[in-house]
Design a protein around this ligand. Structure first.
Ligand code: FUB
Length: 325
């Protein structure tokens, strides 16, 4: 039986869970951490993932099943290494797996692979999505069928190295008083395989309508976006990276601008924090990961879930991940 705030599986290390409800079951699309004894660094070289496994639960308290390998990097012609945080979207009767990985030149790009089943196997496209770079894709298929992909991550995720529009290996975050690097968003084409138009940086504003600043590390975007809708409002949530919070901003438009609203979750054990949000049988759940099971080893993470609660004004109650202990 799966339990709240316990690892969903313990036979492999899993991270970056993207949860979805298909046919009344919960499907979780995580990264698959590989244990090794190498060092951690700011480029994220310790995250050496090579494949994806699909997990599912028949109900929120049912046993979590590992459906095995759904895609391996050896099947993807353009990938050299590091298959990081994925997401899946359902449209046109098919399931589309979006994933970041380094290409043969060492650049992170976004790929897509397709299946008739939520558990895969997924057949990859020959090349990465044209015009894509950086990491952590998350896809929203809106009520009118339009699909949007949100992505980007700083440091090892390379988003800050593209600030000039081309890749600058020496690039980094702006000075602390300058606007922060914002996440990217693109509309997806009808067949879900390419961008429909140029990606744009979506704006995350503070309470005065000003873009969050690079030095505002408690609130600025770092990586791991997720988009969900609640009572007609779009909620963009993400990790602040260096300060290890999950936070959120809202807008009445899927491409923003978004206004910062608050903190979703306090830091977990481990450097990274990464999540997704679903509604299931009338309740809301946050799927996330931490390194409790591995005793704090950053690249040996475990996926967990917990219930999430809204206040009447649409704000979300901050989750304290170890309060129950
Ligand atoms: O799992 C590798 C990377 O770590 C992800 O892409 C980031 O979001 C962070 O969780």
């Amino acid at each position: 039986m799966s339990k709240e705030r316990e690892p969903l599986v313990t036979h492999i290390f899993t991270a970056d869970p993207s949860a979805h409800v298909y046919n009344d079951k919960i499907y979780i699309y995580p990264s698959h951490d590989i244990p090794h004894d190498g060092e951690d660094n700011d480029e994220g070289d310790e995250y050496r993932m090579e494949d994806y496994h699909v997990l599912s639960m028949d109900d929120i308290d049912a046993e979590c099943v590992d459906h095995g390998e759904a895609l391996h990097m050896d099947q993807v012609p353009w990938v050299s290494k590091q298959m990081w945080a994925p997401d899946v979207a359902y449209k046109n009767g098919k399931y589309y797996l979006y994933f970041p990985a380094r290409d043969k030149d060492g650049m992170f790009r976004l790929g897509v692979a397709v299946s008739d089943s939520p558990t895969g196997p997924f057949a990859p496209e020959e090349n990465y999505i044209e015009g894509s770079y950086s990491i952590d894709p998350a896809v929203l298929v809106d009520d009118d069928g339009s699909a949007y992909i949100y992505y980007g991550g700083l440091w090892g995720g390379q988003l800050d190295k593209w600030r000039t529009g081309t890749f600058d290996p020496q690039g980094g975050e702006p000075a602390s008083e300058e606007p922060a690097v914002m996440p990217l968003c693109a509309k997806l084409s009808e067949d879900m395989l390419s961008f429909d138009g140029d990606p744009v940086h979506i704006q995350i504003l503070d309470e005065n309508g000003e873009p969050l600043k690079a030095g505002d590390e408690d609130r600025r975007y770092f990586e791991g976006p997720w988009m969900h809708k609640y009572q007609g409002l779009y909620y963009l949530s993400y990790s602040t990276g260096t300060t290890h919070y999950l936070v959120y901003a809202t807008s009445d438009n899927p491409m923003g601008p978004f206004t910062y609203r608050g903190r979703l979750m306090e830091p977990v054990i481990g450097w990274t924090t990464h999540h997704s949000i679903i509604e299931y049988h009338g309740k809301w759940y946050l799927f996330y990961h931490d390194c409790e099971l591995s005793g704090g080893i950053n690249h040996r993470r475990s996926v967990k879930f917990t219930e999430l609660h809204y206040n009447e004004d649409g704000t979300i109650q901050t989750i304290h991940p170890y309060d129950h202990k």
